[in-house]
Structures are given as C-alpha cells and as structure tokens.
Design a protein around this ligand. Structure first.
Ligand code: MRU
Length: 359
C-alpha cells in the first residue's frame, strides 16, 4: 500500500543526502527539505521538520550515514570512534522518543561488530550504509504489519479518535496509529476519524488531517478540549494513538494530552489502543515515571499562533509528552501481535518471544 507522499528518504548513493517533507510548513506549504550533514539532521529533528518516534529513528540512522560518508582510508578504530561521536551528537537532538537511541545504538553496534570481525574503515562505512537502509526498510514493513494487526479491531462504519500525528508522517511507512486506519480503508471498511488538534504545535490539525485527507479518509478536526464532549455524545468507537516510549510495565509515553484522552476514554467505556513497533519499548525502564519528558521553549505555548496569547512575563510550562498508565490502555498493537490489557508480565512475554529481551 503506497501513500502519495514520502516522509523522508535517502537520495543518491554515497555520497548522498536526505530529503524530507518540511513538516513545520504543513498544511499550507508542501516543501521538501534537504539535509546534508549531521548538524543539519540534529536541527531538523529538534525543530520538528521530521518528527514522530519511528521517523526520528530513521532520521538518526540517516544522520550517521551523512556523518561517515566522506570518511576514507581511516583505521577501524578511527572509524568506530567517529561513528560514536556522530551518534553522541545526534542523541542530543530530542530526549523522549526511544527510537532515536535505539537506531543510534544499532548503528554503533554494527560498526563495532564489523571492526571486531576485522573489517577496515572503508568496509565499516559500507556496513553502516547497509544498516541505515535496513532500518528504513524495516520501518516500512513494520508499519504495514501494525496496520494489518490493528485493523482486526476496526469494523465497517466506525469512528475513531486520534491524538497528535502517528501517521505516515511520523514514520518511513504508513504510520503506527494511523496504519490500521489505512489498512481498514483499503479493506473497504468505511471509517471516519476525529483528529485532536494537539496543542501547542498542532500536529493533529496540521499533519494528521493533511495526511488522512491525502489518503481520502474522512477526517474532522477538533480542539483538544472537545474530546470529552465528542466521546460523551457517543460519536467515538475507539481511540488509536502512537507512542514515543513504552516501559516494561506497559506505561505509555506519547504527545502531551494523550493521558487526558485515555482518562476520558476510560470514563466513557471506549477502548484506548496504542500502536507501536517493538523498537518503541524501552527494556531499561520498569515503569513510565522513568521516561525523560522533553520540555520545549515557552514561545510554543505563548506565541504558538504567530501572535502573543499570554501576557509577556507570564510563566509558561511546556512539557511535550505525558505518560498514560498501563491500566488505562485496552491494548497495544505491535508487529508481534496484540498485547491486551498490558502489564509487566504480558509486555515482557512479547518482548522475550520477539528476542528483544533476554533473561
Ligand atoms: O513531538 P512529536 O510531533 O515528535 O510527537 C509525536 C508523537 O507524540 C507521536 O504520537 C509518537 O511519536 C508516535 S509516532 C508514530
């Protein structure tokens, strides 16, 4: 299944560059942004030109490729050292989406393995290119699988609510939370979607509404404070959201406001589903309280619409994410299947089965 746009891609061979949709300009302008070096990629990730956990992971892998592509004739140790430095620089771009660190760890581990196996510096760079392209390819495949698994619980005629953007524009493929919607529509199910606007940066209104409309799916934008009213009126059959990081006990971190949506869904007896690849699970964290929450500049809240909306000097708090306790989650869709009523035992069982957890 193909959508009529490509969120990000590697262009050319070696040397090459990254082309991505400049998401800060959507929906009024559809412009491609070219990234040609590591600092350019850090900038693109920080200012949300590319955003969404899986897309950030792919962007980070491409960032490593940008950083090593001109290296020639170095020793394995020097190449490994440069790879580590580049990964450390990219790791500073944003703190919450674990896919960023997952992808960087995977790139460094590949370089390490090649060096240990006796590869010279140039062969390590070739291997890093292979690994980066593989991360991209896997993300596209995983999104399709998430879509197929998630669509099992979408029926013809249903109306779904989503928060932020966990669609194609948040991945290299057809998305996470929106993937089941695309697959359901492809299967001929008639669905409608309510997209929370998602203050302060409006990823729901600007990006989710844009991409669903591109795909011909019926979408209605509401401001975040309308979700309770819409649920109470009986309009919503299920909620589907993505995630930036999931702890081992099933606590789910996602865009600020997701927790409120989950509480409202519980109150109204509406299933609250999370769709995420296994790369979004953080095996190091026992619960959601350990997830680092990004805080962003106060202007995003106080001047978010291009004009001042709070008095100059007013204190502003701008956390970009929140954590929804596992108890509010009806099910998590992964490429390995559903984790219903997630808790530590069920999450760990799926991770272990997928080889993502040892011991
Ligand atoms: O700040 P953003 O736009 O990167 O936040 C994105 C989200 O919160 C998404 O829901 C999450 O990354 C899942 S994306 C498949």
């Amino acid at each position: 299944m193909e959508l009529p746009f490509q969120t990000l891609q590697w262009v050319g061979g070696r040397p090459g560059h990254v082309s991505m949709i400049e998401q800060t300009l959507l929906p009024t302008q559809r412009v491609d942004h070219e990234v040609r070096d590591v600092l350019g990629m850090v900038d693109a990730i920080y200012r949300l030109a590319v955003r969404g956990a899986p897309a950030i992971g792919v962007a980070a892998a491409f960032g490593v490729m940008l950083g090593v592509q001109e290296l020639r004739g170095l020793s394995p140790e020097e190449t490994l050292g440069r790879t580590r430095e580049i990964a450390a620089t990219l790791a500073k771009a944003r703190p919450t989406a674990v896919n960023l660190f997952w992808a960087l760890d995977r790139m460094v581990a590949r370089a390490d393995r090649e060096a240990s196996a006796g590869a010279d510096g140039d062969a390590i760079v070739v291997a890093l290119f292979e690994e980066g392209h593989e991360i991209y390819r896997e993300d596209r495949e995983t999104c399709l699988r998430l879509g197929e698994v998630g669509a099992e619980r979408i029926s013809d005629g249903q109306t779904l609510l989503t928060h932020c953007n966990a669609g194609a524009l948040a991945t290299a493929g057809i998305g996470t939370a929106l993937a089941p919607m695309y697959v359901a529509a492809h299967q001929g199910k008639r669905i409608s979607v309510f997209a929370d606007e998602t203050r302060p940066l409006l990823q729901g209104a600007r990006i989710t509404a844009w991409e669903l409309a591109q795909a011909g799916i019926d979408v209605t934008v509401i401001t975040d404070n309308m979700a309770g009213h819409v649920m109470k009126s009986g309009k919503i059959d299920a909620v589907f959201v993505g995630s930036d990081r999931i702890a081992r006990n099933g606590d789910v971190c996602n865009k600020i406001g997701t927790y409120s949506v989950a509480v409202l869904a519980k109150e109204h007896g509406i299933p609250f589903y999370v769709v995420a690849p296994l790369s979004t699970f953080d095996r190091e964290l026992t619960d959601g309280s350990q997830i680092p929450i990004e805080e962003r500049p106060e202007e995003e809240v106080a001047e978010g619409f291009g004009k001042r909306t709070a008095p100059v000097g007013a204190k502003v708090f701008n956390p970009a994410f929140d954590v929804t306790p596992a108890a509010l989650v009806a099910g998590i869709v992964t490429e390995a299947g559903w984790i219903d009523r997630p808790n530590r035992e069920r999450v760990e069982a799926v991770l272990r089965e997928a080889g993502a957890l040892t011991g």
